[in-house]
Write a new protein. Sequence first.
Length: 355
Amino acid sequence: APSHDKMAILFQLVLAVVTIMTTPALSGHAEPAKEFIVDLDTDPQHRWSEIVAAYKQEIPMAMELLKHYLPSELLPILDLLGDDLYTYIPYPYNQEILGMALQVGMPVGDVVLLNLLYDLTAGCTSIVAEDTNGLIYHVRNMDYHMTTLLRNVTIVVHFQSKGKTLYSSTTFVGYVGILTGQKPNMYTISLDERHAGEQWENLIEALLNHKAYFNSFLIRDVLASDYVFESAVKQLAYTPLIAPSYIIVGGAAPRQGVVITRDRMSALNIWELNAEENKWFLVETNYDHWTTPPPSDDRRDPAIKEMNELGCENLSAEGLFNVLSTPPVLNNGTVYTTLMSAGQPDIYKTYIRYP
C-alpha cells in the first residue's frame, strides 16, 4: 500500500509539472513596478530629483543604447543642434529635462533626444474593453528593444498637487512625457507606434518649426487638463504631432473607448467601442485595424482569439492580464504590462515582464 501511495504522489507531481509546462498563457515572471510621486507644486527643475538620484547610472546607459537606433545621416544634424534642441521643448517639460540633465551631468540635448527616441520606437499591444456592467478596462503591453535595460528603469509615477493624485503614468526614468497614463474617474490613454515609413526628416522639420507636439507631451497635457472624455479625444485626434501613432483612450462611462489612428497632422480614423453591436473590445497593435498584420508580427489575431474566449461576461483585470500573457502578445521584447480603468482607478498597476 505505501508503494501505491508513493506512486500516486509521484504521478500527481508529474501531472502538475506537465500542466505547468503546457499552459498556453505563459506569463513567465512578473513583478510590480516601483512607484514614485512627482510633486507638481515643486519647481519643474527639481520635480524628478528623487527619481533621478535613484537611477543616476541608468539614464546615460539608456542614452548610449538608444543612439544605435538613430539613422546615421541624422547624427551630424543632431550634433549640430546639440543643446539647442532644448529650446524647442515647451514649458514645463524643458525645465524638467534641464533639471535631469544637470543632476545626471549629461548634455541637455542628449536628454531631449532620449525623450524623442522613446516617442518613436515603441512596439505595443493595447486593448480597451467594456464589461456587462458598462465598466471600461484599458490594458497594454509595452514592447521595446533593449528590454533588459528598460525593465530596470520602468516605474510608475503619480503626479500630485496638494497631496492629491491628478494623474498617473507608467514611464521610463529620464522620460518626462507619457505613453501610458490615467486620469482618475475621467480617462486612460496609451500610445502605440504606427509604422508609416521613415519619419526622421519630417520629424526634425516639424520640431524646429514649432508646428507639432511630441506625442507623449500631448498625452501628458490632456491628462493634466480638465477635459471631459469627448474633448480629450478631440485634442488627441486633431492636434498636429511629430509622428504618426495610434492613441487608445478609455473613459469612465459605457461606450467610452476609442482607437485613434493618427498621421502627423490629424486623425485618419476613430474606431469606437459599441457593446450593443457586440463590439465590446478593440485590439490595437502597430498596424491599421482595417488592414491585415504581417504574419511575422501578428499579435492582433491571438489577442482577439483570447478576448473572445474570455468573454464580455468574464471580463476582469486578471482575465485581461492573462490575455496579455499569451504568446506572441507577450514576447521577448515585452517590457511591462499595465492594467487600467478610469472608472475604477485603484485597478492601475504595472508589472515588469520577464517572459
